[in-house]
Design a binder for this molecule. Structure first.
Ligand code: AGP
Length: 614
């Protein structure tokens, strides 16, 4: 998704802005630009491609000033061109704007502005937006807060979503920002302020941040920060401390963030568990649910909503919670739930899962659930994110920043929290003390077992070498291995661009078996002892049709010699932990295949780390 950084202070803005953009690169983009107020003129540079190219252009051309804005663009309206890259300047060159989001009524506004003689150089909605601000700026010539007022008045005509930062040629001591549906954060530094779409762009300058809510406009003028709503009601900015160690977002000795984050999973899962087991060790406990034990006992249905990998975590959660807590669970894509008008009774608990806490479809589903009066919880990895602030209660993952676009440690951290949630809900109902004790004991071993599982890295690399040129493949699993099959397929397709599908293993016979051939390798998750025989049958059905098989099995239940072409063995573990352990080979296999294919593992084409447009 688009990334925004603005700076106003005493220092040279350009290097600070470009440093912030570099920290936002992981979110995915296809062009970038920077604008700085220099000698009473807005000077700018834009480039398609990487931030490094923009940096060369900006620094080599002496972009200099103490007020500026910059942007990484993930194309929505208009192709990937320099003209369409942000920042966009108004026709008169007085105002520059960067924008994350989609303006739905931009064509009608463009038509109005064209009738006023405004001309356009790009295909974007953002260029329309900045000219609307300039139009109001000319009309507000007598207003004491002319620039802020021109932005505020423009916002009242805008339909859609936005996170913006804007500067004006006549106002060297002022920067304005606003948000509706796309995240925006203000960094409060020593005699300097930053505006950004993501905390990661700010933490190297300050740990004091103000999170904007929808419908709020921030103005930094003459070193003072003011916050108003669109009716000019003054709001009190709340300063939060971000406890983010900037080194966590560094690559260290790893070649890619994805590999680093795969190897960080043991620690991330440890963090998810920390302080969350009950005193008698037979259950889990969570602060921040804002639901009493009695209220939780009255819950008679759980609806999970999420997108992508987080949705796969929800599917695992369904198996875990139904098994250990005996609560009926439904899982819905967030983008589907918001339009489905699902008949749910009032004792339904809606739980959303989101690593970034900013996925707009998940946020919309959360708001829809709240609009209908359901209790809501959020499991997310981003403190202070919009989803964290909009939900009634929640559980932070504490997995640390996940920079690789393909989610790994956030996923297994979500699975750990869901396992603990299943035990917690179960122990409030029919799960016995002994069963609870065994679950907790098993979950506590997971960090050590994950550390063991990632040691298969070299062996999995060798398997990846054999299959790196495949063009199609199937991932099969039963029960809670089915979501892991889906996740394995998503990991592979999103970073290696190989067509991959996940299926319930038994479902293969109802169609996908037609795809099976020597050119369609099949990955089978054969990890459950209780249905091991069924999975062996599935492998035999696949082998009988000439397809190579990569099997994932547990130490205590290896396959008969020679049945599979390749076998990855994971450590034996408690049943509740099996989805976590089975995820590790999926992650490593996709990572090595993508790397062997020369793909951009951390920033795969067309993808964004946080999808903040619908
Ligand atoms: C996962 O590898 C993908 N990057 C993507 O599916 C992601 O899980 C999805 O966009 C949801 O993101 P969130 O968890 O931040 O809401």
């Amino acid at each position: 998704m688009c990334g925004i950084v603005g700076y106003i202070g005493k220092r040279e803005a350009t290097p600070i802005l470009l440093e912030g953009l570099k920290r936002l690169e992981y979110r995915g983009y296809d062009s970038a630009g920077v604008a700085v107020l220099q000698n009473e003129k807005i000077e700018y540079k834009k480039r398609t491609g990487r931030v490094a190219e923009l940096s060369r252009a900006a620094l080599n051309n002496g972009l200099s000033g103490t007020l500026g804005i910059c942007h990484t663009r993930w194309a929505t309206h208009g192709g990937v061109t320099e003209e369409n890259a942000h920042p966009h300047l108004s026709n008169d060159g007085k105002i520059a704007l960067v924008h994350n989001g989609v303006i739905e009524n931009y064509l009608s506004i463009k038509k109005f502005l064209t009738s006023k003689g405004i001309t356009f150089y790009s295909e974007t909605d953002t260029e329309v937006f900045v000219n609307l601000i300039a139009y109001h700026y000319e009309k507000e010539a007598e207003s004491p807060n002319r620039f802020k007022e021109s932005v505020r008045r423009s916002l009242k005509h805008i339909e859609g979503t936005y996170g913006i930062a804007a500067i004006c040629r006549d106002c060297p001591d002022e920067m304005v920002g606003a948000r509706k549906g796309s995240p925006l954060i203000v960094g409060v530094g020593e005699n300097e302020y930053l505006i950004a779409s993501d905390v990661s762009a700010l933490v190297s300058r300050t740990s004091n941040v103000v999170y904007l809510n929808d419908g709020e406009l921030v103005s930094i003028k003459n070193g003072e920060l003011s916050l108003v709503d669109y009716e000019e009601k003054t709001l009190k900015p709340e300063i939060h401390q971000v406890d983010w160690d900037t080194s966590e977002g560094e690559l260290g000795d790893f070649e890619h963030f994805m590999l680093k984050e795969i190897f960080e999973q043991s620690e991330a899962i440890q963090n998810a568990m920390r302080g969350r087991f009950s005193d008698d060790e037979s259950s889990a406990k969570f602060g921040g649910l804002n639901l009493s034990a009695q209220e939780l006992r009255q819950i008679d249905r759980i609806l999970f909503c999420a997108c992508g990998t987080a949705w796969h975590a929800c599917l695992v959660g369904e198996y875990l919670i139904e098994r250990y807590a005996r609560i009926p669970v439904e899982v819905e894509y967030a983008s589907e739930f918001r339009y489905r008008n699902a008949p749910l009774d009032k004792n339904t608990l809606v739980i959303v899962i989101s690593q970034s806490g900013e996925t707009i479809d998940t946020l919309a589903a959360l708001k829809e659930a709240k609009r209908k009066g359901y209790r809501t919880l959020a499991i997310n990895n981003s403190v202070g994110s919009t989803i964290a602030r909009e939900s009634d209660g929640g559980i932070y993952q504490h997995a640390g920043p996940e920079v690789g676009v393909a989610s790994t440690k956030a996923f297994t951290s979500q699975l750990m929290i869901l396992s603990m949630m299943a035990v917690y809900f179960g122990r409030l109902r029919d799960l016995s003390f002994q069963e609870g004790l065994e679950c907790v004991k098993g979950l506590k071993r997971v960090p050590e077992l994950v550390e063991n599982a990632v040691q298969q890295n070299d062996a999995i690399y060798k398997i990846a070498e054999k299959y790196k040129d495949m063009t199609d493949c199937l991932f099969l699993g039963r029960q809670d291995m089915f979501p892991i099959a889906l996740e394995g397929a998503l990991k592979l397709k999103e970073i290696s661009y190989i067509h991959a599908e996940g299926y319930p293993a038994a479902e293969m016979k109802h169609g996908p078996i037609a795809l099976i051939s020597k050119d369609c390798p099949v990955i089978v998750l054969a990890t459950q002892p209780d249905i091991f025989g069924k999975l062996i049958s599935n492998i035999q059905e696949v082998k009988a049709r000439g397809a190579p098989v990569i099997a994932v099995t547990c130490e205590s239940h290896p396959l008969p010699e020679g049945l599979a072409d390749d076998e990855i063995v994971i450590p034996d573990c408690h049943r509740a932990a099996l989805p976590i352990l089975a995820s590790i080979p999926m992650q490593l296999l996709s990572y090595h295949i993508a790397k062997l294919r020369g793909c951009d593992v951390d920033k795969p084409r067309n993808l964004a780390k946080s999808v903040t447009v619908e």
